[in-house]
Design a binder for this molecule. Structure first.
Ligand SMILES: NC(=O)c1ccc[n+]([C@@H]2O[C@H](COP(=O)([O-])OP(=O)(O)OC[C@H]3O[C@@H](n4cnc5c(N)ncnc54)[C@H](O)[C@@H]3O)[C@@H](O)[C@H]2O)c1
Ligand SMILES: [Fe+2]
Length: 385
């Protein structure tokens, strides 16, 4: 079988990696850097540290700290106008997925006229990519620094749209993640776990994405609780940063599937953080895959610590994997749908939007139609209480 895999941009990885930014920005011939973050990341001082690093190299830097969760299109367009007004010749995103995705789409708006919607994948729009784009994650979750897409919340259609703009350089410095509060650590790591589990069970998996996905599952399982309880533990933070980065590469090739489709709709409808919504779909993703690809579910169980997984039955592997994921979710404070005040009817009403608004549903291990999704949502509701 012939498969395709790729690495979209170089990654500088490791504690202290941020200090290489000045040299790299000069290599990219930057003179005016537009630095994008949200208010939470700004208060940690990281964006101002980026500005100091760049200004030491004589590079003018303007900080935009108005990123909103899930990158709504109007906020992105406002940032794009400011970047153009500043004369940006490099765009830099520092923060969680919302900030990195905003930076990706702002880079598109530096090279192409507004409005942004014409560049959505769903519109088939093409665009130029000239302005260098540097992506610096401060949370270990989305893997956006190495994926092709910028996920935008389109406020007109209330759908999550994708603009396909990869970065030119990723700097993954685990030291930047130590300030992430426990709730952010939990939700972002479980987003990365979802990327890995969905990539491993996707119809589009490749040998390369399999290797990355299984290692990401193992690292998140082994390190999330420690990082959640002791945010300053740099070893656990480093392992999670690497896991989210390789999980991003894995799903960029293999695609996510119905878990993320359901999570996008749950997130938009009920204002749940992306990673929490993804986590709530995870046990059901494993259960659904158990029927179609039992050997793969046993491998997931093994990555989650099951001894002798190879010798176990498919049902034992599935039971173990679902149990470990649920235990981990409880240990890091993920509230069930019911605990969040959602009724079964609320949740089931997401079926149509989940299937119709997310093209990657096609990568599910077997076909997911609207009635199938309704049943999956019902099982998700019951499976994690
Ligand atoms: N582009 C992709 O490939 C991709 C993949 C998955 C998800 N996404 C998208 O990413 C978005 C979610 O991103 P997210 O989960 O990272 O959330 P986020 O970017 O909204 O950040 C969540 C919170 O964490 C805080 N934070 C982040 N790092 C911190 C740090 N080191 N210290 C203190 N606070 C910190 C932020 O200030 C914010 O309040 C969603 O829109 C989702 O659809 C994109
Ligand atoms: Fe995700």
């Amino acid at each position: 079988m012939i498969t395709t895999y790729q690495q979209l941009c170089p990654v500088i990885f490791g504690p202290g990696a941020l200090e290489q930014l000045g040299t790299k920005a000069k290599e990219l011939k930057a003179t005016h850097v537009f630095c994008i973050c949200d208010a939470g990341v700004r208060t940690t001082g990281m964006a101002d540290h980026v500005k100091d690093i760049l200004e030491k190299e004589g590079i003018e830097t303007c900080i935009f700290d108005g990123v909103l969760p899930d990158a709504p299109n109007e906020m992105v367009e406002e940032a794009g106008r400011k970047a153009n007004g500043f004369g940006a010749d490099m765009v830099l995103g520092i923060g969680g997925g919302s900030s990195l995705d905003t930076a990706k789409s702002v880079a598109v708006l530096c090279d192409n006229p507004a409005p942004l919607f014409q560049y959505y994948l769903s519109q088939g729009g093409t665009f130029q990519m000239k302005t260098p784009l540097v992506l610096i994650p401060t949370a270990s979750g989305t893997g956006s620094e190495v994926t092709i897409m910028s996920v935008i919340h389109d406020e007109h259609s209330d759908a999550k749209e994708a603009v396909m703009r990869p970065g030119d350089l990723a700097i993954v410095d685990p030291e930047l993640t130590v300030t992430a509060p426990p709730g952010v650590t939990a939700s972002t790591a479980l987003d990365a776990m979802s990327h890995a589990v969905e990539a491993y069970t996707s119809a589009g998996h490749t040998p390369n994405s399999d290797m990355q996905a299984l290692e990401a599952i193992r690292l998140i399982h082994d390190n999330l609780k420690t990082a959640y309880e002791d945010g300053k533990n740099l070893e656990a933070r480093t392992n999670l940063a690497f896991a989210s980065n390789i999980a991003g590469m894995a799903f960029n090739d293999a695609s996510v599937h119905f878990g993320h489709a359901a999570a996008h709709e749950l997130g938009i409808r009920f204002h749940m953080p992306h990673g929490v919504a993804c986590a709530l779909t995870l046990p059901e993703v494993v259960h659904f895959a158990g029927d179609v690809m039992p050997d793969r579910v046993k491998k997931i169980a093994e990555a989650l610590g099951m001894k002798d997984a190879a010798k176990s039955t498919a049902a034992e592997g599935e039971k173990y994997a679902i149990g470990r994921i649920k235990d981990l979710m409880k240990a890091v404070g993920i509230k069930s749908m019911k605990e969040q005040g959602l009724t079964l009817e609320d949740v089931k009403s997401c079926a149509k939007g989940a299937v119709e608004k997310n093209a990657f549903i096609a990568a599910s291990p077997k076909e997911v139609t609207v009635p199938v999704m309704e049943k999956l949502l019902e099982e998700m509701y019951a499976l994690y209480e």
